[in-house]
Design a protein around this ligand. Structure first.
Ligand code: AMP
Ligand code: GLY
Length: 428
């Protein structure tokens, strides 16, 4: 079958890598794609993920039979609703929720209220809108430091502020309600701070049934020891040692099944991935956030661990037929180290030539911010440039391979964290 994948990051490169291995994959198109994906399918760099008219024309022209949406933006903007409103495409299999389901990520106010309605464990909270600054500040005074403030809408991963003091929280709150993140912070969620260790649980839903994919942990801060600014992600590890059977039984019962039942009860036919960001607070799972897509850079590790026919899984998700599908998991560990540009997540230069080594069987390189110049050179083109993703018999071996590979990749300003997985090794 002909498949169209939307997106251009490391996540989509990893998804494309798995899709292209399926015997069911006919032609694979990726819009816009990136240079790493050109060997897996046809990239269409001129088609952007929010250009629904161009995407629709492509679906018609190439007789696409399965559409897979990588990033959250087009989902929140209603790409699924766009296709459902067109007679010919009412039944087009799409992996990704419609706008009502994508609100799990698109509105923190909605997702917190949803969790409350369905008795899903999460931090206590209240939401405040423009005009309610005094009430919001009064509420802050009832909490203890640190203070967690979240812009309601999408803010490119920057909408969460953790303030150490009341004074800082008040000033951040005023700025947010005054439009610091535009419309996204016209409503602000203030919530209780949860202390624990995080992990990412990925659920595939077909609207009726679900399966849980391998659990991963990502590393968001730029600096070693989880210091410095938040980034789009500096590395990931799967599996996660503390997400053992006991913890996952709680996650499944208290979080996953209640989430899916809640979606059904609210009439939301959710066909896609649900990424549950969890905090393990002394062995008890609490939901930090939902996303309506896979995580990046978790996907780069999770795809290594998912064996079996991936297109079969995607098609079953999109057509409400997960039924008896069995997820097959590679028993090995997979780890990912992200190579970023010097200066990221602040300002950085682009256009540095990249040299890539030969790959061993245990390792892959996924592209994120790269581009081919008019002269045919591969150069850096973003903050997150590439990932080194490797298998191992254990975390140490997988990481050793990632770092050996990362050392062989060269570009001016190459920056990485050397402590991916270190916290998990300490727990072992
Ligand atoms: P989010 O964008 O919602 O994933 O939040 C970004 C990061 O902020 C999360 O990955 C957590 O590390 C942190 N965070 C969010 N909410 C809380 C909370 N209630 N308590 C502690 N940390 C939090
Ligand atoms: N790794 C976190 C995210 O994709 O949002």
């Amino acid at each position: 079958m002909n498949i169209l994948l939307l997106g251009s990051g490391g996540r989509e490169h990893a998804l494309a890598w798995r899709i292209a291995q399926s015997a069911q994959c006919g032609q694979l198109f990726i819009a816009p794609g990136n240079p790493g994906m050109t060997e897996l399918g046809t990239c269409l760099p001129e088609i952007k993920v929010n250009d629904f008219a161009a995407i629709e024309a492509l679906v018609r022209r190439e007789q696409i039979e399965l559409l897979v949406v990588g990033p959250e933006d087009p989902l929140v903007n209603g790409i699924v609703d766009h296709f459902r409103a067109i007679g010919d495409f009412k039944e087009l299999p799409i992996v990704g929720p419609d706008a009502s389901g994508a609100r799990l990520e698109g509105s923190k106010d909605f997702s917190k209220a949803f969790m409350q309605r369905h008795n899903i464990p999460t931090a206590a909270y209240r939401s405040f809108r423009v005009g309610q600054t005094d009430e919001a500040i009064a509420f802050l005074h009832t909490l203890r430091a640190p203070y967690v403030l979240k812009a309601d809408g999408l803010a490119a991963g920057k909408g969460v502020i953790i303030a150490e003091t009341l004074a800082e929280a008040e000033s951040e709150l005023r700025e947010m309600l005054a439009g610091r993140f535009g419309a996204a912070s016209a409503c602000v969620v203030i919530e209780e701070f949860l202390s624990g260790i995080e992990c990412s649980v990925f659920v595939t839903s077909d609207g009726k049934d679900y399966r849980i994919l391998p659990v991963a942990k990502d590393y968001k801060r730029i600096g070693e020891g989880d210091t410095g600014l938040n980034t789009g992600g500096m590395g990931s590890v799967s599996p996660v040692v503390f997400a053992d059977d006991t913890f996952m039984a709680k996650v499944e019962e208290r979080v996953v099944s209640r989430t899916l039942a809640g979606l059904r009860a609210e009439g939301i036919d959710y066909r896609g991935f649900i990424f549950v960001g969890l905090m393990n607070v002394a062995g008890e799972p609490y939901v930090i956030e939902y996303n309506c897509r896979m995580g990046d850079p978790e996907t780069e590790s999770v795809m290594l661990r998912l064996s079996g026919d991936f297109v079969e899984l995607l098609m079953r998700m999109a057509t409400a037929s997960l039924g008896d599908y069995q997820i097959q998991i590679d028993p090995r560990v997979a780890t990912t180290v992200v190579l970023v540009s010097r200066g990221y997540p602040g300002s950085y230069e682009k256009g540095f030539e990249i040299t890539l080594p030969e790959l061993s069987n245990e390792c892959l390189i996924f592209h994120a911010g790269t581009v081919i110049t008019a002269e045919g050179k591969l150069v850096t083109n973003g903050g997150r440039v590439l990932t080194a993703s490797c298998y191992g018999d254990n975390i140490e071996q997988a990481l050793e391979r990632c770092y050996a590979l990362a050392d062989e990749i060269s570009f001016e300003g190459k920056t990485l964290r050397r402590d991916i997985g270190a916290d998990l090794l300490e727990l072992m």
